[in-house]
Design a protein around this ligand. Structure first.
Ligand code: ADP
Ligand code: MG
Length: 159
């Protein structure tokens, strides 16, 4: 995806889970086969909520989507594009990701979305869309996009 295609959506702040879901739905409209969305942010930042919105935007029923904490990847094939939802939280090493056959997903015809993308940083393709979600207190979250891996201090230049 051309990053210029997102300037009307990001960066942004949301004030509810529903607003983050809505952002995901709007992002989904812009996604193309082979796109990789890399999500960064702490536990509870809203990564899965955003993925649910992306899934809904692709036409995948919301009830189906949960965090693939124990399986590394969930595949959803009943939307406009296949969606490959990764959660690298419990990944022990990059080899596990190789063994999963990640290249088939990242360089395939679907959309890959990766929670805890920092765990697989070396394997992310150059065209990955990097989004960072941050708690701002209460239900507020800030969502930003980054050219390089977002640093914890947030000083990284934005696109
Ligand atoms: P993560 O996958 O990053 O660990 P989840 O999406 O699973 O996070 O959980 C986010 C939690 O925060 C949910 O319980 C959700 O209801 C809550 N929440 C509150 N405000 C927001 C918001 N603005 N955006 C996303 N989630 C929010
Ligand atoms: Mg999650």
């Amino acid at each position: 995806m051309s990053t210029a295609a997102l300037t009307d959506l990001l960066p942004c702040e949301t004030d509810s889970p529903e607003a983050t879901h809505a952002l995901g739905r709007r992002l989904a409209e812009r996604l193309r086969p082979g796109d990789v969305v890399a999500l960064y942010g702490d536990l509870g930042a809203g990564k899965t909520q955003l993925v649910k919105g992306i899934a809904a935007g692709l036409g995948i029923p919301d009830v189906e989507v949960s965090s693939p904490t124990f399986t590394l990847v969930h595949e959803y094939r009943d939307g406009r594009l296949p969606l490959y939802h990764f959660d690298a939280y419990r990944l022990r090493n990059l080899e596990e990701f190789f063994d999963l056959g990640y290249e088939e997903y990242f360089y395939g015809d679907g959309v890959s979305v990766v929670e805890w993308a920092d765990r697989v940083e070396p394997l992310l393709p150059p065209h990955a869309l990097r989004l960072r979600l941050e708690h701002l207190g209460g239900d507020r979250r800030r969502i930003t996009w980054h050219e390089a891996p977002p640093s914890p201090d947030g000083r990284q230049a934005r696109l």
